[in-house]
Design a protein around this ligand. Sequence first.
Ligand code: 13P
Length: 253
Amino acid sequence: MRQKIVAGNWKMNKNYEDGLTLAKDVIEGLTVDHCTVVLGTPFIHLKAVSEIVKNVENVYSSAQNCSSEPEGAYTGEVSAEMIKSSGADYIIIGHSEWRAYFNEADEVLAKKIDLTLQNNLIPILCCGETLEERETEQHFTTVKRQINNALFHLSEDQLKNIVIAYEPVWAIGTGKTATPEQAQEMHQHIRSLISDRFGDGIADDLSILYGGSCKPSNATELFSQKDLDGGLIGGASLNASDFIEIIANLKDY
Ligand code: 13P
């Protein structure tokens, strides 16, 4: 069964105290039986937020990255195993900010995906084209390469534990959202790539989230598209009532 998911990505926002307040506010305002909710926090908040969501049905915590190495002398890095031990259930992998600012290559992402799965965590793999790639009509090729390089080495069983987030770079934090048609077209493309490699059944069950300036005012239209199974929310996840409203918008689809 395809799962509906709304995941927040707090990025590098909220000090420890404010982050915990946000997590508690979200939980207090939520009545979720229609989808899974994920809170993607900075590492510093992860253990405490995992404790807060532990006994709340359908709500989970997520890291925003992990090391591509299992352990060792990598100063400042955090391993997938450490993330698991904090009580988290998800890791966001390959966010475009990592790809752009830290030159994260597809091959590194494949290693991170493997470590995430080995530690029984669910990766939310991000993909998406830049503005230049869209304007030169390379968006389908770019996303195909990203999906292929990060995921195509996996087995069918492993792929059942993956979530994909399509986040066009030009829509992230810009206030410029992909139109529902643009998003649907790309989500359908992603599902067909997965279907070609892993079969229809696995592709049908795959949750594909949309991210990029998603907010209460546009979430309904985006979520109404048939291949959109939820959202990965940046800015609007920093405000409990906006985030809760976005989650509520997924209810009817
Ligand atoms: P915004 O919702 O702020 O555009 O960010 C989207 C995003 O990058 C989520 O990972």
